[in-house]
Design a protein around this ligand. Structure first.
Ligand SMILES: Cc1cc2nc3c(=O)[nH]c(=O)nc-3n(C[C@H](O)[C@H](O)[C@H](O)COP(=O)(O)OP(=O)(O)OC[C@H]3O[C@@H](n4cnc5c(N)ncnc54)[C@H](O)[C@@H]3O)c2cc1C
Length: 324
């Protein structure tokens, strides 16, 4: 059995859940074994019916008030219990913030192998899993042959693969009655950030600003463009380190990985640590006044110019297109 952890937030499945399902499906199909999924949370039973449509033979749902908020301790404990009971040969996670945390904790609990943050999964002629992992901040790609340890725990970098497609089948949803052992940590409160725009990693269009924005007040310009395009606003680390934007908006090696349909980089030079976080975007537009800026090497469209002149023109033009 291949077991896929399907991440949910506040009762909705996250995009990364369907990416993990795609990889799980491929592994199960190659190994000719069954595909199962697991959902943990409180009030999440209905999500089982959503996942069952994706070619899984069973969805294990652990619905328990103790799992209302994510805690590595509680979630890893339940997953360890499930893995011991069902003995999957591979457990697939997304390498999201929670997925990275959980995959490592589960592998440690089970004293087994972990292949973290993979961007592709293939098989050799003997059916051995061969994973691709970016290393040295994405400067090189390592091809890793999976060890024989079972279960193999693997996590998939968000947006590195597409989402799974629905497949006809007759899978079942199983309510697994499990309770985590006594938790030493308790989530007292969750303070939500009020976002004016869509969430960065879920957005179809991302507009990021770097040091070239010159100051925090100028992000209003990007927010205006984002409002027209229904986009999220990201930032380079230089902008975050300067205190212009919160770290949650940072794109790159030490920030978030995004792969939207359209990524517009404004006043960003294109350092490798930034590129690794957005290189998989389908279309990259760069606005930079330096024609030699590295960002132009990865851009599909480059605009050499002052962003304070270019962005207002874009806002004007996109508004016209929307109105027509
Ligand atoms: C371990 C490590 C991890 C890192 N992680 C990250 C990460 O996650 N994300 C990240 O972004 N960086 C990261 N960095 C930092 C990275 O190396 C760069 O320093 C950073 O990305 C630079 O940000 P920037 O492009 O905004 O600034 P700069 O490199 O200073 O570039 C600013 C650009 O703006 C242009 N510009 C200026 N004014 C205008 C204007 N009016 N109109 C148009 N263009 C203009 C300039 O020509 C220039 O190209 C990391 C570094 C290290 C060592």
């Amino acid at each position: 059995m291949v077991l896929v952890f399907c991440e949910q937030r506040e009762g909705s499945l996250r995009k990364v859940a369907f990416e993990a399902l795609l990889v799980g499906y491929k592994i199960a199909e190659t190994r000719q074994t069954q595909l199962s999924a697991v959902i943990l949370g409180n009030g999440v039973q209905p999500l089982g019916q959503e996942v069952v449509r994706f070619g899984v033979s069973s969805v294990l749902v652990v619905d328990n008030p103790a799992l209302e908020h994510y805690t590595p301790e509680g979630y890893a404990d339940i997953l360890t219990q499930l893995v011991k009971q069902y003995q999957p040969e591979t457990v697939v996670f997304s390498a999201s913030a929670n997925g990275k945390d959980l995959a490592a904790t589960l592998a440690a609990h089970l004293e087994t192998a972990l292949l973290p943050d993979c961007t592709a999964v293939e098989f050799d002629q003997n059916g051995t899993l061969i994973a691709t992992r970016p290393i040295y901040a994405g400067k090189a790609l390592a091809t890793v042959r999976a060890p024989d340890a079972r279960p193999l725990v693997i996590s998939i970098r968000p947006r590195a693969v597409g989402p799974a497609e629905e497949k006809p089948g007759n899978g079942t949803v199983v309510a697994a009655q499990l309770t985590p052992s006594e938790l030493r940590t308790r989530v007292a409160d969750v303070v939500k950030t009020v976002l004016k725009t869509v969430e960065l990693t879920e957005a179809d269009i991302v507009i990021s600003g770097g040091r070239g924005m010159k100051g925090p007040e100028n992000y209003a310009l990007l927010e205006e463009l984002a409002a027209v395009l229904n986009a999220a606003v990201g930032a380079s680390r230089a902008a975050v380190d300067a205190g212009w934007r919160d770290h949650q908006f940072q794109v790159g090696q030490t920030g978030k990985t995004v792969a939207p349909s359209l990524y517009i980089a404004c006043g960003i030079s294109g350092a490798i640590q930034h590129l690794v976080g957005m290189i998989n975007s389908k279309c990259i537009v760069a606005i930079n006044k330096d024609p030699e800026a590295n960002i132009f090497k990865v851009a599909d469209y480059g605009i050499v110019g002052d962003l304070f002149q270019v962005v207002p023109l874009l806002i004007e033009e996109f508004k016209k297109v929307k109105q027509s």
